[in-house]
Design a binder for this molecule. Structure first.
Ligand code: ATP
Ligand code: MG
Length: 196
């Protein structure tokens, strides 16, 4: 491509980008869903938390995780003023004691709902929320209502595989992480600082 054509093409590209930037006139909080079977959903969510904290924003996190092991993101972010509510003890995917699991889920969801009705939170993260719906631990309608009625400027991130379509529908940004390869399939163990 000669110099003149290259410049012409760059100019057109610049104009198209500028048009799109000028067309984006709305403001307000957005709902982001990070879903799919590949690695990178929770780490992307906590990357955004780090970005928000770096700008002095107020952030709350609810983690619907399985065990009680410590996770690196909490160790770091709690020290930096991020509020964590973790569904910790006794959570069994095999539902040996479904009542206890439901109570644990409801307990942290209550904190999540409180944050979803408090405009002082700029960003609220619900890590691994998606699994609570098919398991029957939380009500889909309750979640959708709380998300829809949150303060206009509040941003929310939801992570987890197989996100329910009703949540996808009300989301503004949805990314699906696709596994091309995963080290674990090749027998490589999960590592502290990389996987949790
Ligand atoms: P991460 O926290 O690393 O961003 P994730 O949130 O996208 O992962 P989860 O399903 O929440 O994915 O994964 C929890 C754990 O399982 C992490 O330790 C992650 O490395 C691992 N994992 C994620 N995807 C896969 C996969 N396709 N195969 C095997 N292990 C996976
Ligand atoms: Mg995750």
């Amino acid at each position: 491509m000669n110099e003149e054509r290259y410049q012409q093409r760059q100019q057109q590209l610049k104009e198209r980008v500028e048009e799109r930037v000028a067309a984006a006139t709305k403001t307000g909080g957005i709902l982001i869903v990070l879903t799919g079977n590949g690695k990178g959903k929770s780490t992307a969510a906590f990357g955004t938390v780090a970005r928000a904290v770096g700008h002095g924003l107020k952030v709350g996190v609810v983690q619907f995780i399985k065990g009680t092991w410590e996770n690196g993101e909490r160790n770091l972010l709690e020290k930096n003023g991020v509020e964590f509510h973790v569904m910790a003890t006794g959570f069994t995917w095999n539902t040996q004691d479904k009542g206890a699991d439901v109570r644990a889920a409801e307990e942290v969801w209550k904190e999540g709902k409180r944050m979803l009705s408090d405009p002082s939170y700029d960003l609220v993260v619900f890590d691994e929320l998606t699994y609570m719906i098919p398991c029957g631990y939380l009500e889909l309608d309750d979640i959708v209502d709380a998300l829809k009625n949150r303060p206009a400027n509040q941003n929310v991130i939801i992570t987890g595989r197989a996100c329910h379509r009703d949540i996808i529908e009300i989301a503004d940004t949805v990314s699906e992480v696709r596994p091309v390869k995963h080290a674990f399939d090749n027998g490589i163990q999960a590592q502290k600082g990389i996987d949790w």
